[in-house]
Design a protein around this ligand. Sequence first.
Ligand SMILES: NC(=O)c1ccc[n+]([C@@H]2O[C@H](COP(=O)([O-])OP(=O)(O)OC[C@H]3O[C@@H](n4cnc5c(N)ncnc54)[C@H](OP(=O)(O)O)[C@@H]3O)[C@@H](O)[C@H]2O)c1
Length: 254
Amino acid sequence: MNKTVLITGATSGLGYDFVKLFANDGYNLVLVARSTQKMEEIKQTFKNIKVTIITKDLTRVGAAKEVYEEIEKQGIFIDVLVNNAGYGLMGEFDKLDLQAQVNMIQLNVTALTELTYYFLPKMKEKNSGRILNVASTAAFQPGPLMAVYYATKAYVLSFSEALVEELYNHSITVTTLCPGATKTNFGSVASVEGTKMFSRAMSSESVAKEGYIGLLKGKRVIITGNFNKMGAISAKFLPRSLAAKVAKYVAGEK
Ligand SMILES: NC(=O)c1ccc[n+]([C@@H]2O[C@H](COP(=O)([O-])OP(=O)(O)OC[C@H]3O[C@@H](n4cnc5c(N)ncnc54)[C@H](OP(=O)(O)O)[C@@H]3O)[C@@H](O)[C@H]2O)c1
């Protein structure tokens, strides 16, 4: 029987590249995003597998539970959970809209946490499952001008690595994907396309592929691309104050 993967943020960028990778390997798909039309188009593309569409705005309180209840109603077992949906915002913390930043926490942190909470018990019952949480190289240092975004990704990394240890005696893997700048819609949503950090943006296909291979190997943390790996390692050895200054510098215009 085909395995099933649930992918949040399946309609564009990394999420859509994950869709293609899983579909090519015969997984059935559960797609979660806000755009029904794009998900219908995806469903039409992959006629040889079962594609379930759940239109949901995951910034809404209770949305993750509704996703879980829908899956339960349909009797689907989620073998792989890909918590990918997320966005960033560039600007001084107090100048950015507060609600937009709270929604970002709701999506990047709360929905990811809740979906993991709801789907993990069945994986434990079956003693089988894989979880991929999409963080960022932003997870490794404070990020002036994207303060809330960087903090959400630090949460994702810390939460996911803690789960790896909690699940040590289970056949369930938790993988954190930490991409650096990647060519998706993220850049325009976050208004970061013109910044130094985006001058070396990787292709979405290559980042998703690295994540997919690492997930199947059960890797703990994946930092995509050599340049990003070097940056993340450097951030570990720099004093946090200096790492924050570097992050502020790369957030500046090219
Ligand atoms: N691109 C980068 O440079 C980069 C770097 C590091 C980490 N990341 C992380 O990678 C992940 C994927 O982002 P991406 O780069 O692929 O960006 P993207 O192209 O903008 O894709 C974001 C996806 O999330 C969905 N989404 C956005 N808001 C949503 C909401 N409220 N409820 C449900 N779904 C929502 C979008 O679909 P709808 O609009 O249809 O809802 C879309 O499918 C994010 O977690 C991001 O933080 C990206």
